[in-house]
Ligand binder design. Structure first.
Ligand code: KG4
Ligand code: ZN
Length: 343
């Protein structure tokens, strides 16, 4: 049993994908430190995350990252109430680095340990700064690996309503960035290019779920961008980025198609579930057009959308320590048999 659930200082560790992160959070809200070591440069030449490079990079970074998070919080391991580590979903080799490190630390210091679900933690990031608890609410999780809608009745109870049939929205940004020759990760670089373009220049397709239901699919959109670049001829070669005419219009029209699909489905799902509050989480939640359009259109239908600050949209350990607080307080402790689940 955790000593006093009202005052918990939790060290969170995140290593599910391509960021090694550690953070210390008090009482699930007060951020004492947050350190993120990004591997973006190591993966950029490949246009996406290479699992083997990710695992090796985590192994190098994990010790110094945790030490820095503790030093910046001005605490030693013995002043912590517990440890929280991402155990699912993610790349198996990457998850194992964080989980093994956390187990070693928990064992050597006699600290309670909890395993955190990465998606639940992303949703928690959108809720942790709010003055009032938002539950029950709708949650849109939109990242490089996930695009899904959940009903969230509490920080620890999410029910899946719909998920993408194929690519995640962030993955589509990354792939289209590769085609247009902008840098990895694709979200921010496409948005920068799109700022100079006309979002209505090209009418790219939007996936329509059957019978007015909710759902996502981004693979057809990605193919439509490719065919557009080939001048409508599927067999033609893809032009080099510098030879693409009106590149900014392509970026802006693609971004608009993604945003329209996310906004339409999210508002429809919120209405169908009778929910007025919407939390948006994951890397793509940093997208300025999505933030603006979802907030505006939600307000028109008496709904409200909440986004985490941009630094808490992409992977971080604040969200892991924050949700870890609730798991510790609920006494949902893991033993040293704690395992990772990639899917
Ligand atoms: O949540 P995250 O850091 O990692 C995963 O769990 O996947 O999300 C990374 C994804 C990448 O695909 C990246 O292109 C996308 O989030 N992303 C964005 C923006 N910033 C990051 N997509 C659109 N607009 C952005 N500003
Ligand atoms: Zn993530």
């Amino acid at each position: 049993m955790v000593s006093d659930p009202r005052s918990l200082t939790v060290l969170g560790i995140e290593s599910s994908c391509d960021e090694t992160a550690a953070a210390v959070v008090r009482d699930g809200r007060e951020v004492l430190s947050s350190v993120i070591v990004s591997q973006v440069e190591a993966h950029a030449v490949y246009g996406g995350v290479v699992p083997e490079i990710a695992g090796r990079s985590h192994l190098e970074a994990i010790g110094p990252t945790v030490e820095r998070a503790l030093a910046e919080a001005g605490l030693t391991e013995d002043e912590l109430s517990g440890l929280a580590v991402t155990t699912r979903p993610g790349l198996v080799g990457s998850l194992l680095v964080g989980a093994s490190y956390a187990k070693g630390l928990a064992y050597s210091r006699g600290l309670p340990l909890v395993g955190v679900h990465h998606i639940e933690a992303h949703v928690y990031a959108a809720a942790m700064d709010l003055d009032e608890p938002p539950w029950p609410c709708l949650a849109l999780v939109v990242s490089g690996g996930h695009t899904a809608l959940y009903r969230a009745d509490s920080p620890l109870s999410l029910t899946l309503l719909a998920a993408t049939l194929d690519d995640a929205a962030g993955e589509a940004f990354d792939k289209v960035a590769w085609m247009l020759g902008t840098s990895y990760p694709g979200g921010p670089s496409i948005s920068r290019l799109a700022a100079a373009g006309d979002p209505s220049a090209i009418r790219f397709p939007r996936h329509r779920p059957k019978q007015g239901g909710v759902g996502f699919s981004f693979s057809g959109l990605k193919t439509a961008v490719l065919y557009h670049l080939r001048g409508g001829d599927a067999l033609a070669p893809t032009p080099a980025p510098e030879d693409i005419p009106a590149r900014a219009d392509v970026a802006a029209s693609f971004e608009q198609a993604v945003v329209d699909s996310l906004v339409d489905n999210t508002l429809r799902a919120a209405e169908a579930e009778g929910l007025e509050r919407i939390l948006v989480a994951g890397g793509v939640a940093a997208n300025a057009r999505l933030r603006l359009e979802l907030c505006q259109r939600a307000a028109e239908s008496n709904q409200r959308a909440f986004f985490p600050p941009p630094e808490h949209c992409t992977d971080n350990a604040v969200m892991i320590a924050g949700l870890g607080h609730h798991l510790l307080a609920a006494d949902r402790l893991a033993g040293l048999e704690l395992d990772v689940r990639p899917n």
